[in-house]
Design a protein around this ligand. Structure first.
Ligand code: GTP
Ligand code: MG
Length: 199
């Protein structure tokens, strides 16, 4: 499926610009620079369908990508959070957009919460997990940039992340480990996305 049609659909800076809720959606969220856009590219086997950047805070809107012909489901690249230099007004706009999207989007089947394997679950990530718990949106915690760690360090962060996930009602108990850079865990992630989208 991912090797077939994958196409950027639209970018929604506010809820009134969302596409019609006609197919299941899987959203990607996480801190700025965690690797959301890179993972979306790796997942779809595209080099640059989602824009990646070394500058945190690049993705400010909800970006929708259609998969399948005709479209079977959509992937949603969400704007990152926890960007230290973001002005309070931007943070507040982000919070509203994300919260209202999570609460009101009937076709949203699952969210992937990306966590940088070097940092583990930070307080801002725990806050995001709480927001997802409250919106009753199921999510999988996905460690990114696993290529940056030694095997022993990776084992330790997987254990800590799993323990954190198990404290949250809407979190899937198992943690996925990925690297877009060396294409680690991508097949398992594809399988998880297809299962969640129920296609
Ligand atoms: P925002 O849109 O700003 O929220 O960022 P993002 O989460 O979409 O991150 P993005 O995919 O743009 O990646 C941020 C930086 O991390 C880029 O410099 C990527 O090249 C790098 N990066 C992403 N994934 C990996 C990975 O698996 N391994 C390594 N080593 N670097 C990665
Ligand atoms: Mg991005």
């Amino acid at each position: 499926l991912f090797s077939g049609r994958v196409e950027f659909q639209l970018s929604a800076p506010a809820l009134k610009f969302l596409p019609e809720p006609t197919v299941p959606e899987i959203a990607f969220c996480g801190r700025s620079n965690v690797g959301k856009s890179s993972l979306l590219n790796a997942l779809t086997g595209r080099r640059a369908i989602a824009r990646t950047s070394v500058t945190p805070g690049r993705t400010q809107e909800l970006n929708f990508f259609e998969v399948g012909e005709p479209t079977l489901f959509r992937l949603v690249d969400m704007p990152g959070y926890g960007f230290a230099k973001a002005p309070p007004a931007v943070v507040e706009k982000w919070r509203r957009l994300v919260r209202d999207f999570l609460r009101g989007r009937v076709v949203l089947k699952r969210t992937l919460l990306l966590v940088d394997a070097r940092h583990g679950v930070k307080p801002v990530d725990a806050e995001m997990m709480k927001m997802l718990d409250e919106a009753a949106v199921g999510y999988r915690v996905v460690l990114t940039k696993a290529d940056k760690l030694k095997a022993s360090e990776l084992d330790a962060v997987i254990d800590r992340t799993r323990a954190e996930a198990r404290k949250h009602i809407a979190a899937h108990p198992e943690v996925l480990v990925t690297s877009s850079e060396v294409k680690l865990g991508i097949e398992a992630l594809r399988a998880a996305v297809l299962e969640d989208a129920a296609v």
